[in-house]
Design a protein around this ligand. Structure first.
Ligand code: GAR
Length: 214
């Protein structure tokens, strides 16, 4: 059973999707600890309701990024965490942290990377006139929204979409993609070779590509 730590900053709906997946008896991972850098993150309430240990580690309480990240690292070590999932965690992690957790640190981003990294993703897709968008689950590297891609899910951009409708469609895909990626990692099927992932049996199962219809 892979022990997972989750880092959040807000609503935590992706964290909830991971918690729900881990609740199934056959799922090969469990959530050991949820850390938020924001004391008022809504996701903390959901984690507590699911009886998962939570902690608030606010960047504002630390003199510098290094001591903030060392506190996160120590808390996850205390809980025996083997893999960290970023779930709407809105701080950029330092090269020290990303190297410390290299290939054991995963992020979900609401676009088909490398298109549209950073903030305001859906607005950028609409402004550009993209017809297809989605989400990407990837191993984290020091460069923001960058690293070996584990799984992508695609959704259409529809006539009349605004940021809200597009974000909602992508979010539904995220809630399927993140647990699917976590399952593949926990089953030891994801190997990183020369900065690309190779998924054992993916060609047969189509696991690395999702195309949710809604
Ligand atoms: C999600 O859409 C996630 O992909 C995005 O923030 C949202 C968090 O929602 N993450 C990023 O933009 C990271 N670059 P949630 O708190 O409900 O999971």
């Amino acid at each position: 059973m892979l022990k997972v730590g989750v880092l959040i900053s807000g609503r935590g709906s992706n964290m909830q999707a991971l918690i729900a997946a881990c609740d199934a008896v056959t799922f090969p991972a469990s959530i050991a600890c949820v850390i938020s850098n924001k004391p008022d993150a809504k996701g903390l309430e959901h984690a507590k309701a699911a009886h998962i240990p939570t902690a608030v580690i606010s960047h504002k309480d630390y003199a510098d990024k290094q001591s903030f990240e060392a506190a996160i690292d120590a808390m996850f070590e205390t809980h025996g965490v083997q893999l960290i999932c970023l779930a709407g965690f809105m701080r950029i992690l330092s090269p020290w942290f990303t190297e410390q957790w290299r290939d054991r640190l995963v992020n979900i981003h609401p676009s088909l990377l490398p298109a549209f990294p950073g903030l305001h993703t859906h607005r950028k897709v609409l402004d550009y006139g993209g017809k297809l968008t989605g989400c990407t689950v990837h191993f984290v590297r020091a460069e923001m929204d960058h690293g070996p891609i584990i799984l992508q899910a695609a959704v259409p951009v529809l006539n009349g979409d605004d940021e809200e409708t597009l974000a909602a469609r992508v979010l539904r895909a995220e809630h399927q993609a993140y647990p699917a990626a976590l399952r593949m990692i926990a089953e030891n099927r994801v190997n990183v070779i020369e900065e690309k992932t190779f998924i054992a049996d993916a060609a047969a199962s189509g696991d690395a590509f999702y195309n949710p219809k809604s």
